[in-house]
Write a protein that binds this ligand. Structure first.
Ligand SMILES: [Zn+2]
Length: 103
């Protein structure tokens, strides 16, 4: 990969550019806010936020619920997040021929 600051080629797994010392870790593999297909209760909005911010999904749900009850913002924000947040891409399909057919 390339350093975003000086443009020199650096190691793929480097955290810091060897030439200019700029932090490069996390730039390439940046997390995206999206709704995971696994571990969702409703639309996966809370699970998506939990994954993005690296916090417990239960904590997100509790905070969201408290905010929703106290301010009503959560009730409006949830469907908006549901619409706006992209869904996690489907896992690669099983190649034809590997599927087990019933006898
Ligand atoms: Zn650099």
């Amino acid at each position: 990969m390339y350093c975003n600051y000086c443009g020199k080629v650096i190691q793929e797994d480097a955290n810091v550019c060897a030439y200019c010392g700029t932090r490069v870790a996390g730039v390439a593999a940046r997390k995206r806010l999206m709704r995971p297909r696994m571990g969702r209760k409703m639309a996966g909005v809370c699970a998506g936020f939990a994954e993005y911010f690296d916090i417990d999904v239960t904590l997100v749900r509790i905070v969201w619920l408290i905010v929703a009850i106290m301010t009503l913002v959560g009730f409006v924000a949830y469907p908006i997040a549901w619409i706006v947040m992209p869904e996690e891409p489907l896992p690669a399909p099983v190649p034809a021929g590997q599927q087990v057919t019933s006898p």
